[in-house]
Design a protein around this ligand. Structure first.
Ligand code: F6P
Length: 497
């Protein structure tokens, strides 16, 4: 890798969504951790971003040149997919099978998932697009479960390229991964990378366990030897753009928004999630209901604001989940509300960045209670937004972030009774304890932000590609910074720290 090489970011979802009608073209920021987390990184650097722009069939012919120009200006290379192909790949395999299975929710998988050919073909298409754009010295950074075959397909085309792969969702225990019908092909695909990154050491060791049990490749510590190609497996917990959230917290628009919704007589519990069955929203609401039932004095003195951002609404299991959630919110509000008070304020919509940070500032207690989550950046965004040093984070022990944030109030989202008790603890926590915990959390989130995450990962990919092996203990990081000497090994555009 040369110092003037670019980073080619590759992901299914692009950081922007472009919509066009006969009159105009609008560009909006895409939702989701990956897109949000890496958008600023991309804008500040000189990277190229390759991804699927969504269904282009609705774009009028007269607007296609303008749309292409928007992508070009933002250094984005779209990979267009046909409607049926996208449906089979994105809805069928990615979100119909891999997503639930990697989150241990095997009962959500359809009985006969038969769209694997589409997944393979789309991955081929991405590999071909990367190979077209690639220049010697570039580092290719492939993201997430949509593109598990791409590292291997690309390695076949570019044997010497520096390729990193990062998985943003959990890698399940080897015994669960074995359920995947295409398990060996997936492993072979991912192992085309020089470095494979995970958010936690559990996910990394699940991966090496799977390689051990399903292949004959030799493994020493954190390196898998695919014939003569060493593949490093590392732990890189993703962070957020902490400084920017902290800055926004004092922005006059955020303060005005916050003052508009704040009430002096109610404590606010807050949930902000994509509308996804892995996020634990149903059980969270049941715990809140239990809290109200067990503590009648809290009625009219607390309120839960739940934002559920629309997501994957073409997938049948998401449509069913939305219905279940609507019904539960209606039932709890109907059973427990009064003429003056609605216990749950439920918003099924996106909120603007200003509203989001205002909500984070407003919350007395932030509820991040997924059943399983790769990392969960909402928890870190909340912490970064609490420049006032107050607020309590209630965090599921099954979120990747739990390892790094021990000062949060930890809950098992499957234990409703315990969760209700922890909510009460959080609501009644004394101010010195709240501030002590938040100070520690803020330090961690500020120290390990998205920029240091990206730089550390890219440094390791660069090193691995030129055979400069780092001692195992220094590969990746977990809960510590390892940013020494980055300038020497990462492309100039990425020296953002
Ligand atoms: O968590 C995995 C992930 O790919 C995130 O990066 C992102 O937040 C989310 O899923 C978005 O999903 P989708 O692209 O299907 O809207």
């Amino acid at each position: 890798m040369t110092s003037d090489g670019r980073v080619i970011i590759v992901s299914n979802r692009l950081p922007f969504t472009v919509r066009a009608d006969d009159d105009s073209v609008t560009v909006t920021a895409a939702a989701g951790g990956l897109a949000n987390g890496l958008r600023a990184f991309h804008e500040d650097g000189d990277s190229l971003w390759i991804g699927w722009p969504g269904d282009a069939s609705s774009i009028p012919r007269s607007r296609r040149t303008a749309v292409t120009r928007h992508f070009h200006d933002r250094r984005i290379v779209p990979v267009h997919l046909g409607h049926a192909e996208a449906k089979a790949y994105y809805e069928g395999v990615c979100n119909g099978v891999i997503w639930p299975l990697f989150h241990y929710l095997t009962d959500r998988i359809p009985i006969d998932p038969c769209e694997w050919t589409a997944y393979r073909e789309v991955n081929e298409r991405f590999a071909a697009a990367i190979a077209r754009e690639y220049r010697e010295g570039d580092v290719v950074w492939i993201h997430d479960y949509h593109l598990l075959l791409v590292p291997g397909l690309l390695r076949a085309r570019l044997p010497k390229a520096a390729i990193g792969f990062f998985l943003h969702i959990p890698f399940p225990a080897a015994d669960v991964f074995r359920i995947v019908p295409w398990r060996r092909e997936i492993l072979a695909g991912v192992l085309g990378a020089n470095v494979i990154g995970f958010h936690t050491s559990d996910y990394a060791s699940h991966f090496t366990d799977a390689v051990r049990s399903l292949t004959a490749f030799e493994i020493t510590e954190n390196t898998v030897y695919v014939n003569d190609h060493p593949v490093e497996v590392g732990v890189y917990p993703m962070g957020v753009d902490a400084a920017s959230f902290t800055r926004m917290a004092d922005d006059p628009q955020v303060v005005a928004e916050y003052k508009g919704i704040a009430t002096s007589h109610q404590q606010i519990l807050l949930g902000v999630d994509r509308l996804d069955y892995t996020k634990g929203i149903l059980r969270r609401l049941l715990a809140y209901e239990r809290l109200l039932r067990d503590n009648p004095a809290l009625r009219e003195r607390v309120r839960l604001i739940q934002v559920a951002v629309p997501s994957r609404d073409c997938v049948a299991s998401y449509q069913r989940f939305r219905q279940e959630l609507d019904e539960l919110v209606g039932r709890i509000n109907g059973d427990h509300g009064t003429l003056d008070w609605t216990p749950i304020r439920y918003l099924h919509q996106s909120v603007s960045p200003t509203q989001l940070v205002a909500l984070y500032r407003l919350a007395d207690v932030m509820l991040v209670t997924p059943l399983r989550d790769g990392m969960n950046l909402v928890a870190k965004e909340f912490i970064a937004s609490r420049a006032d040093g107050d607020g309590v984070l209630v965090l599921s022990e099954f979120a990747g972030a739990a390892r790094e944030l021990p000062e949060a109030v930890s809950v098992n989202p499957y234990d409703i009774e315990e969760m209700a008790a922890r909510l009460k603890d959080a609501l009644t926590m004394e101010m010195p304890d709240r501030r002590r915990r938040m100070a520690a959390l803020r330090q961690r989130v500020a120290a390990a932000d998205v920029y240091s995450w990206a730089a550390t990962f890219l440094r390791d990919v660069g090193d691995a590609a030129v055979g400069n092996r780092r001692p195992t203990a220094a590969r990746g990081y977990e809960g510590r910074l390892a940013n020494d000497n980055l300038a020497a090994v990462i492309p100039s555009a990425l020296r953002l720290m």
